[in-house]
Design a protein around this ligand. Structure first.
Ligand SMILES: [Ca+2]
Length: 294
């Protein structure tokens, strides 16, 4: 896996050289084949690029700051533009522009595959451009859900039918679970614990990937978060991990204001031998499965 370099003159009215990274060198090759309208993706540049890919890999292995590499490439860049690259063509003109309506009529991209939304910086410009080839973040619905707010409203909430919900922020650096939200950059989990008088209804769950929380607000004021996580099964030890068994849990919380109306955990195990999911089993716990408090 390497990151070929494209010297991209399109975004560079001042005459310098900007860099872009592609995930696969074939991407560049395909673009060359697809259209002669993009002469700066020229073969000689490609060959030179390979040299710099190697340099990037070396630099990355040495964990040097990326900026060093970028600066060195900026210095070397102009030399790469020699070697037969014909830079003529409308799209390479610094004054080249296009209205969003024109781009929409083209389906958001050129025949050569160039993504006009990327080219003109329309992704994330504050206006929803539904014609863009890739999802425009501006079109995503406002995320009104906030975990801190949820925590303040629902920590210590009574879970009807079960007990009490206790939440905390687990700070992976201090290894403490507290009411304090760890600062940016610290890996953290949101730990949920269900305290119940019935041992079978006690539960502990950690939200490891906050970004996978799905929030929905319904017209009648009911709010819901859903979370699902799959992980390698560790218990019972032995066959479970050796044959690649998986476990997953699904958490669903329905709440209204500071009241939880439903709290549900469902756990399952996956057995690759039969390609089936079945109720979760763990010799350490005696959890009623699914755990439904409502
Ligand atoms: Ca946009």
């Amino acid at each position: 896996m390497y990151s070929p370099v494209i010297l991209d003159k399109r975004k560079n009215p001042a005459g310098g050289v900007l860099l872009q990274y592609c995930s696969d060198i074939r991407q560049i090759e395909n673009q060359i084949e697809a259209s002669q309208k993009w002469p700066f993706f020229c073969i000689s540049l490609l060959q030179d690029a390979e040299r710099f890919i190697n340099q990037i890999e070396r630099e990355q292995q040495m964990k040097k700051p990326m900026m060093t590499i970028m600066v060195s490439m900026l210095l070397l860049g102009p030399g790469l533009l020699t070697g037969g690259c014909d830079l003529a063509g409308d799209e390479t003109d610094p004054g080249f522009s296009m209205s969003k309506d024109e781009a929409r009529a083209m389906g958001g991209k050129a025949d050569s595959g160039i993504d006009w939304c990327e080219y003109f910086g329309w992704y994330g410009d504050g206006i929803c451009d539904e014609f863009c080839p890739l999802p425009d973040p501006d079109c995503e619905p406002e995320q009104s859900f906030n975990l801190t707010d949820f925590y303040q409203r629902l920590n210590q909430a009574v879970l009807p039918g079960c007990g009490t919900l206790t939440m905390c922020w687990y700070n992976s650096e201090t290894r403490e679970c507290t009411d304090e939200e760890p600062p940016e950059g610290i890996r953290r989990t949101i730990d949920f614990k269900v305290d119940s008088e019935e041992p079978a209804k006690r539960a502990y769950m950690a939200i490891n990937f906050e970004e996978n929380l799905v929030y929905e607000e319904f017209a009648d004021g009911l709010e819901q978060i859903k979370y699902e996580e799959t992980y390698p099964k560790s218990m019972p030890p032995g066959p479970a991990s050796e044959i690649g068994m998986l476990s997953r849990y699904q958490l669903t919380i329905d709440f209204r204001g500071d009241t939880i109306e439903r709290f549900e955990i469902y756990q399952e195990d996956y057995d690759p031998r039969s390609d089936t999911w079945s109720p979760w089993f763990d010799i350490r716990y005696n959890l009623e499965n699914p755990l439904i408090c409502e």
